[in-house]
Design a protein around this ligand. Sequence first.
Ligand code: MD6
Ligand code: FE
Length: 207
Amino acid sequence: MQDITFNDHSGLRYLPEYFARASQEALLEAVRSVVAEAPLYQPAMPRTGKPFSVKMSNCGPLGWVSDIKGYRYQPLHPDTGRPWPAMPDQLKDLWSTLAPDAPPAEACLINFYQASARMGQHQDRDEDMFDAPVISVSLGDTATFRVGGTNRKDPTRSFRLNSGDVVVLGGEARLAYHGIDRVLAGTSTLLKNGGRINLTLRRVTAA
Ligand code: MD6
Ligand code: FE
């Protein structure tokens, strides 16, 4: 495992191959169980109601949702009305390893990308506190991740996120703009039918 801390975005950590193949498979199994109970739903943009190209679900006590009314965290699945499934142990362990000083993660957003899906540049700022980092795990096809600074116009850099890679946005980089330019189809054999899953772990409420 390497630990490359980019000095021009302090608090951004890129941990390539954090999870080896066997751990990726175990994590994927855990995600499948979550999604069996909390099916992927189609989020939509606030105000316009335009659908996202990414489908989503969540696990943990809170889940991030977006619909015509806005972005928010809520304890219930928007379609089924049931609580989100528990967070898998592998993700709790990841959080306690990489964010040892933070209170427990409350939400894990599951993003599912098929071939042409992408995610525009955004800040993760729907949480009540920004002291804890946001930690992401990528599974399946490689994606190009673009990250800038805390102002939309700041210069950006992009790098590839492969299956098993972990990204931490903490410190100053907690509110850095970032997004997914594209997913490179056929780059991983982890998901039988291709595509990419990204898991983002967050603390939502002040402890
Ligand atoms: C993605 N990731 O990789 C989108 N957010 O599909 C994110 O939006 C993200 O990777 C916060 C921290 C790390 C991330
Ligand atoms: Fe994000």
